[in-house]
Design a protein around this ligand. Structure first.
Ligand code: SAM
Length: 286
């Protein structure tokens, strides 16, 4: 059943609106309608979003909002809701809060008793996973691995202990490095490099770990653009040690806050606390 949104009918709420990840045509009619009707749009980069919004006739006032300003601006968002305004949160591309700013303000709005309303649409994670052909359950979205080599290695080890489908976001200047690590740590697992989704040079590269680095080295043009890396499930059983770590972490997390459970498991196993906390919550520790 469809629901029409008539002019000025928006009640005070924060609308979390998905933007295109390449093709502007993927901006949904409902997104355009909501973005036209809210009082303010919180945008990661007002210049980037301004271009697409102008192209569809959205003239709503924009305020810049990014990971640095998020905490400071949350109070202003609440004040604006108290005055009866409606606001929209958008990212440069895709769905806000998915490896993008917004989680803090969303949680503040919820705590203060206001509605948070999704306006779903493009997301590189779901786009890549939906064409991967790999099982979606169980799957784990890891987002970006750390940039520091040793932390990256530890995070990847923890991620690979999960036997289901794994999804990573990766920057072009680190994609060969990730391919190389998968070649040694995940040999034989199926990989999808989903490159430049919905854009002119979209490419879905289906490959087996062991061949990833060479595929990029063969043609440096392949390194350009944005990537989602989807790793198919492990065909081998996980080690007893990996299973024991998971069990310990899960048992402790039933009794203790995630930070404490991660700290104790880290003390026992030697795995960095940050990695365990992330495994448990899917988030970096505040
Ligand atoms: N919020 C976004 C979403 O919903 O997908 C993700 C933002 S995150 C800062 C940017 C990362 O998403 C990129 O480094 C890349 O891994 C992935 N990404 C975004 N657009 C993409 C595209 N068109 N093709 C492939 N990956 C993309």
């Amino acid at each position: 059943m469809s629901q029409d949104i008539s002019i000025n009918s928006l009640s005070p709420a924060l609308y979390v609106v998905a933007m295109p990840i390449g093709q502007w045509g993927d901006l949904s009619p409902r997104a355009i309608e909501v973005l036209s009707q809210v009082d303010v749009i919180l945008a990661e980069d007002t210049r980037v979003s301004g271009q697409i919004l102008k192209s569809v006739g959205v003239l709503t006032r924009m305020v810049s909002f990014n990971s640095h300003s998020e905490v400071g601006k949350a109070g202003k968002v609440i004040e604006s809701l108290e005055r009866g305004n409606s606001l929209a949160l958008i990212s440069d591309a895709g769905t806000p809060t998915i490896s993008d700013p917004g989680r803090f303000v969303v949680s503040r709005v919820i705590e203060c008793g206001y509605s948070v309303i999704p306006v779903p649409g493009p997301c590189a994670l779901t786009a890549a996973l939906s064409v991967s052909g790999f099982p979606v359950t169980p799957s784990h979205f890891f987002g970006f691995l750390a940039s520091k080599s040793s932390t990256r290695d530890q995070e990847l080890d923890v991620a690979l202990a999960f036997a289901g489908t794994l999804i990573f976001y990766e920057a072009p200047h680190r994609i060969v490095d990730l391919g190389k690590r998968l070649d040694t740590k995940a040999v034989g697992r199926s990989v999808l490099f989903a490159r430049e989704l919905t854009k002119t040079h979209e490419q879905l590269i289906r490959i087996t770990a062991g061949n990833c680095e060479n595929w990029f080295i063969d043609n440096p043009d392949r390194i350009r653009g944005e990537f989602v890396v989807v790793l198919g499930p492990s065909k081998t059983k996980r080690s007893t040690c990996e299973l024991a770590t998971d069990q310990l972490l899960n048992m402790l997390s039933r009794e203790l806050p995630p930070s404490k459970a991660a700290a104790l498991t880290s003390e026992i196993t030697g795995i960095p606390k940050r990695t365990l906390y992330r495994q448990l919550t899917g988030k970096s520790e505040a």
